[in-house]
Structures are given as C-alpha cells and as structure tokens.
Design a protein around this ligand. Structure first.
Ligand SMILES: *Cc1c(COP(=O)(O)O)cnc(C)c1O
Length: 223
C-alpha cells in the first residue's frame, strides 16, 4: 500500500473529530511520526507547515534531525518510543517531549539529565492499559504511585499520560481509562491516538495525536 502524503486529510479529520466532540482544534497537537522516513519525505511535510515531529529511536533521530532542524527553526521533536536509561542524556538534549516514561530507573536518569542540562522536555508517563506482557508502560493500578514517585523522588514534572491500546481491541475503553487516570492525578495532557484511531482518541480528550502512516504513507520497515 502506498498512500500519498496526507497531511491535509489528517488536518481535516482532526477538525471534524474536534467539531463532533465540541472541542477547539487548537487543543489538539498533531505529532507527525516520521520514523523510518528520510529527509526527502520529511521536507515536504515541513514545507506544508507541520512543526511537531515524533521519532521512536534516539539513534535514528540523532542521525537525521540535527541537519533538518538547522534549516528549520521552530520545530519540536518528540520521542515516542521506548528509551534506554543510558540514552537519557541524548534524549534530553535532542527532544522537546518524551512520551515513554515507563519506569523508575528511567525517571531517575531523566531527572538527573534535566537537572544538568538547561532543558525541560514535556514528559508523558506511558500506561500499559491492556496489561500486555510484551509492551512497556506502567500498569494502570501502579500509575498513581509511579506519578507520585516521579514528583517526590525524582523531581520530575510530568505533564500527561500516553497509551497504545492493544492492536486487537477497541481503543475507546483504553483511552477512557487513560483519561480517568490523568484526571485523578491532575494531569492536563493526553498522548493518545495513531493513524487508525486518532478520531476516537480526540473524542476521549487526546491533546496529542501521534500520526505516522496517514501522513507519510506505509512504512517499508517496522518502526
Ligand atoms: C509508529 C508509532 C506511531 C504512529 O503509528 P501510525 O499507525 O503509523 O500512525 C504512534 N505512536 C508510536 C509510539 C509509534 O511507535
């Protein structure tokens, strides 16, 4: 499947989903997930006005983004994939947001780097709403305790939650659960929704939708 570049279509769908939910489209940030795509695919999306991009690997982002950022000030880079603690330094240096804070050792590493570098990336705690063994993320029942530890032990200011619903289930209950955990912890931001389900996520309050395929077309390699 090769789908043409669809940034305009994604914008229209976000606007429609916001209208249906009675929300202001300005409250939804589109994070264009450019993993596996090179500068030739990313440049036209920047030229069309997109300013927030997401990657899932620190190494890949380090290899391709510094040059792209040089030519285009005002771009924000978000890390959406799992982060090894030994890459926290690079991640804090390069990314404006980390969507995948999922364990105490990473919270500790990020806390140290944030204190050392004068950068304050937006932080999202990833919730494993489906309790899937192969997936990272904090279990729903551990979320409140983990958020308290981030604040009190590691000095982190967490802004929101992120989730990736199980591929074979309806996403709505997972988005609802994530929104509920955020609400009771006083968190404003929700990173939920990918190409297949961002409209549903918007109905459940997503403030950040992470959309790759619907913008760039199908990936030839796994992310
Ligand atoms: C790849 C990826 C996305 C984008 O997925 P699409 O289905 O291509 O929109 C979103 N979030 C994360 C964490 C990803 O790894």
């Amino acid at each position: 499947m090769t789908k043409p570049w669809g940034l305009a279509a994604v914008h229209q769908n976000i606007e429609r989903a916001c209208r249906d939910a009675g929300r202001d489209p300005a409250t939804v940030t589109l994070v264009a997930i450019s993993k596996t795509f090179g500068a030739d695919a990313i440049e036209p999306v920047i030229a069309a006005g997109q300013r927030v991009f997401g990657e899932n690997r620190v190494q890949e982002a380090k290899a391709k983004w510094p040059r792209l950022l040089d030519g285009h000030p005002g771009i924000a880079l978000h890390l959406v994939g799992s982060l090894q603690s030994n890459k926290a330094k690079d991640a804090v240096a390069l990314f404006d947001a980390v969507h995948s804070l999922d364990r105490a050792s990473l919270a500790e590493a990020l806390g140290k780097e944030i204190a050392k570098q004068s950068r304050r990336p937006l932080l999202f705690v990833e919730i494993n709403t489906g309790a899937e063994a192969q997936k990272s993320g904090v279990l729903p029942q551990d979320a409140d305790g983990f958020l308290a530890a981030c604040r009190n032990q590691y000095g982190l200011s967490v802004s929101g939650l992120m989730c990736i619903p199980p591929a074979d289930e309806a996403p709505a209950p997972h988005f609802a659960l994530t929104a509920q955990i955020a609400k009771r912890n006083g968190l404003q931001l929700l990173s939920m929704g990918m190409s297949a389900d961002f409209e549903v996520a918007i109905a459940f309050g997503a403030t950040h939708v992470r959309v790759g395929t619907a913008i760039f077309g199908a990936r030839s390699q796994p992310g």
